[in-house]
Structures are given as C-alpha cells and as structure tokens.
Design a protein around this ligand. Structure first.
Ligand code: THU
Length: 135
C-alpha cells in the first residue's frame, strides 16, 4: 500500500509532467508518474503525431523510460487527465508485462483522486509472458 505522501507525490509529478504533453490533435493532455519498487519515479506524457497511430500514451512513455534505464519492477502509477480518464487497454497490456501488482491512481487535473485500483483489476485475464511456451 502507498503512503498518502507517496500518493500525493505521484499525482503531483503527473500533474507537473502533463504540461509537456504534445496533444495538438486530441487536445487531451495526459501526465503519468510511475513508481518503481526501487523508489524511483519516471514521468511521461502523451506524444501525438500527424500520422495519428504513431502517437504514444503517457503511461507507456513513462514505462519505456523506466525500462530503458534498467527498471522492470513497478509498484504504482498515477495518471492525470482533465477528467480522470482511465488507462487505455494498450497501456494496461504494456504495463502488465512486468507484473499485475501495480497500484493505479487515476486523478483529475485538480489532483483529485477519482479512482484507486490495480492493474490486476483493470486487466482481468491478462495475457502475459507465462502464456508463451518457453524455449
Ligand atoms: N492517452 C494516453 O496518454 N493514455 C491513455 O491511457 C489514454 C489515451 C492519450 C492518447 C492520445 O494522445 C490522447 O490521450 C487521446 O486519446
């Protein structure tokens, strides 16, 4: 379980990061802050593209930043949007690669916690590495 202090830190970090969102097409800015089990926090924003499908969600940007720096164990992620929208299916799947025990804080731009859940709850029946035959 997260302390209130960590909860606030993650939400505030996601709010701060969100100003860097590049979302000229949807006008829907998303900020994320991902906490690793080692205690580091990686932020991310959505980065859209004129070739629409090339854009990337904030949660995956945060996760890819973390993985590219050697972090693969996550304990929580905060996601901030104008209206407290939830992580999309692709982000749920991407995050699940390294485990489903990730707390998910969904907040609005005022920092109000709209929903607190877990990746396990958000992605029932997840397909994961253990579903592939081992070589
Ligand atoms: N978006 C995210 O960054 N995360 C989500 O989980 C949902 C959607 C972004 C993608 C796109 O830039 C914009 O929000 C509208 O879909």
């Amino acid at each position: 379980m997260l302390t209130d202090e960590l909860r606030n830190t993650l939400i505030q970090t996601a709010i701060e990061a969100r100003k860097w969102a590049y979302a000229p097409y949807s006008n829907y800015a998303v900020g994320a802050a991902l906490l690793t089990t080692s205690g580091r926090v990686y932020d991310g924003v959505n980065v859209e593209n004129a070739a629409y499908p090339t854009g990337m969600c904030a949660e995956r940007v945060a996760m890819y930043k973390a993985v590219s720096e050697g972090e693969q164990r996550f304990s929580a992620i905060a996601v901030v949007t104008s209206n407290g929208g939830t992580p999309c299916g692709a982000c749920r799947q991407a995050l699940s690669e390294f485990g489903l025990d990730v707390q998910v804080l969904i907040a609005d731009e005022q920092g109000r916690l709209v929903q607190e859940t877990s990746l396990r709850e958000l992605l029932p029946g997840a397909f994961g590495p253990e579903d592939l035959p081992r070589k």
